[in-house]
Write a protein that binds this ligand. Structure first.
Ligand SMILES: [Zn+2]
Length: 177
């Protein structure tokens, strides 16, 4: 639903402006969101990221290079390469998944002249044998995808809720000081 509202807003913009970084409800080019929950040893993350940021386009791939970039991005997200957990926490993956939305020619919003919105969703789940060691995690999205200049990470742990801004200069998220 958030995705659809963002698309509605975008279609009202001149196409030349639509590729710039701009505030569009939940979808800002170059900015990703992560919701992270830690419940004892159970760690879950949900990622939403705009196409422009992970890639540099939000439409069906136009050539082989763009197709390769899309598949590479999906693989990196699906393999959970965007998160580093402390080894002392002894976490094992339970689930890892990733989807691309809006990059298929049949997807909605492909009418001529309109900027079609596209992006990625990914989820990760781990079970950690030593959750006390889950003090700092590293969200490596800005190093994997240099177009992502900011990742807003909302955390919910036994100690409460927090919000961190991950940037290329600071990819750590402190869960417990
Ligand atoms: Zn967009």
């Amino acid at each position: 639903m958030k995705y659809f509202l963002g698309w509605l807003l975008l279609t009202a913009l001149p196409a030349a402006q639509a590729h710039e970084v701009r505030q569009l409800g939940a979808h800002v080019h170059g900015q990703a969101h992560v919701d992270m929950a830690v419940d004892r040893g159970a760690v879950e993350l949900e990622l939403t990221a705009p196409g422009i940021g992970v890639l540099d386009y939000e439409r069906p791939p136009a050539n082989d290079g763009e197709r390769v970039a899309l598949q590479r991005a999906l693989a990196l997200l699906r393999e959970g390469r965007w998160l580093t957990l402390p080894s002392a926490a002894q976490c094992t993956p339970v689930r890892a998944d990733a989807h691309a939305d809006g990059f298929q020619p049949a997807d909605k919003a492909m009418s001529s002249g309109a900027h079609a919105h596209a992006g990625f969703r990914a989820s990760l789940a781990y079970q950690c044998a030593n959750p006390l060691a889950l003090r700092v995690v590293v969200v490596t999205l800005p190093s994997l995808f240099p177009g992502l200049h900011e990742v807003i990470v909302n955390t919910a742990t036994g100690a409460g809720q927090g919000r961190s801004i991950v940037t290329p200069d600071e990819m750590r998220v402190v869960l417990a000081p």
